[in-house]
Design a protein around this ligand. Structure first.
Ligand code: SF4
Ligand code: FES
Length: 334
């Protein structure tokens, strides 16, 4: 007897390991079925449950107890049950609720995409594009903060922060002491001075990669270019501190920035050290592997590169291929 459980998401059934979250089950299907996740990060223990962008509707709890769950649930924090049925984009209620979440996230987040380094690879920008409304109903004063330099390489724009806690978990899980965190509560919450202490750590630059918005940016790349004008290239070096596997972002012959390699969910495949990120920006420092595969739905792709291949679970399943047909067609159009 298989020890896997069956879960159906937006009409597509997959068999997954018991105990995984609905979000991770959806990621095994891939495509538009995957709920957006602004705070969950598979490499960060304890992450998730903060932003509510991953809300879904559980229309059938399980085979044993088919009652639907009374409220929408955070898919990153709700585990699958055998026979569970979930609705994501097929539920108007979910789409409406997500629109509300985007509205809340945008209450304090400035619309400064034209000058923000994260534009083009910002998850909130994508979400606002997909679900946002053109006007806000908010009439009160917004939170504002001064910019803080976290060391000479990282800048914190607290005004843009959505309090997803990813940087806190990153700093927490790469240092031995807990010297950072979110200070204050409610609308006074902020990522604050504690996190500045993480700058002594070789891996502190990873807070830039995990930040889903432009709140933590790379000062060495600041205002250098728009990401869609740069070309991502995979490269590696023999690094004593990390795996040395990175993506170099080129403009002409210059390496403008170095980041971790991101997977199709926007997560770093492996965290990289600060020497690789900030101090090795000459092509000669690296062994070049070739162009980074970027989904050609992404603004970064800018028609340069081939797309990511569909996940194996989709490739081997005719039903899933049919369900993702439109996505395949988009993905293979050059
Ligand atoms: S600074 Fe970025 S990563 Fe940190 S909590 Fe704010 S949005 Fe999240
Ligand atoms: S990704 Fe699930 S609550 Fe943020």
């Amino acid at each position: 007897m298989s020890d896997k459980v069956k879960v159906t998401i937006d009409g597509i059934t997959v068999e997954v390991e018991p105990g995984i979250s609905i979000l991770n089950a959806a990621r095994q299907i891939g495509g538009d079925v995957v709920p957006p996740a602004m705070c969950y990060y598979s490499k960060l223990e304890g992450s998730g449950g903060k932003c509510r962008t991953c809300l879904v509707k559980v229309s059938k709890g399980s085979e044993k107890d088919p009652r639907p769950m009374p409220k929408l649930v955070a898919s990153c924090r709700t585990n699958v049950m055998d026979g569970m049925e979930v609705q994501n984009i097929t539920s108007p209620e979910v789409v409406e609720a997500r629109k509300g979440v985007v509205e809340i996230l945008l209450i304090n987040h400035p619309l400064d995409c034209p000058i923000c380094d994260q534009a083009g690879e910002c998850h909130l920008q994508d979400l606002a594009f997909e679900h946002g409304s053109e006007a806000t109903r908010y009439e009160f004063e917004r939170r504002t903060f001064d910019r803080i330099d976290i060391g000479d390489k990282i800048q914190l724009h607290m005004t843009r922060c959505i309090l997803c806690y990813r940087c806190v978990y990153t700093a927490d899980q790469i240092t031995n002491n807990r010297v950072h965190g979110v200070l204050g509560r409610g609308d006074a919450s902020e990522i604050s001075t504690y996190i500045e202490k993480a700058i002594d750590n070789d891996f502190s630059g990873n807070v830039i990669d995990v930040c889903p918005v432009g709140a933590l940016t790379d000062r060495t790349f600041r205002f250098k270019n728009r990401v869609w004008f740069t070309k991502p290239v995979d490269a590696h070096r023999d690094c004593p501190t990390c795996s040395g596997k990175v993506t170099l972002w080129y403009k002409g012959a210059d390496v403008l920035r170095v980041t971790a390699r991101k997977d199709q969910f926007g997560e770093a495949e492996e965290f990289i050290c600060n020497t690789c990120r900030f101090d090795t920006k000459q092509t000669g420092d690296w062994v070049i592997e070739g162009p980074r595969n970027i989904s050609n739905n992404s603004v970064i792709s800018a028609n340069h590169y081939e797309t990511l291949r569909p996940l194996p679970v989709v490739q081997n399943n005719a039903l899933l291929q049919e369900a993702n047909k439109e996505q395949f067609e988009r993905a293979t159009k050059f």
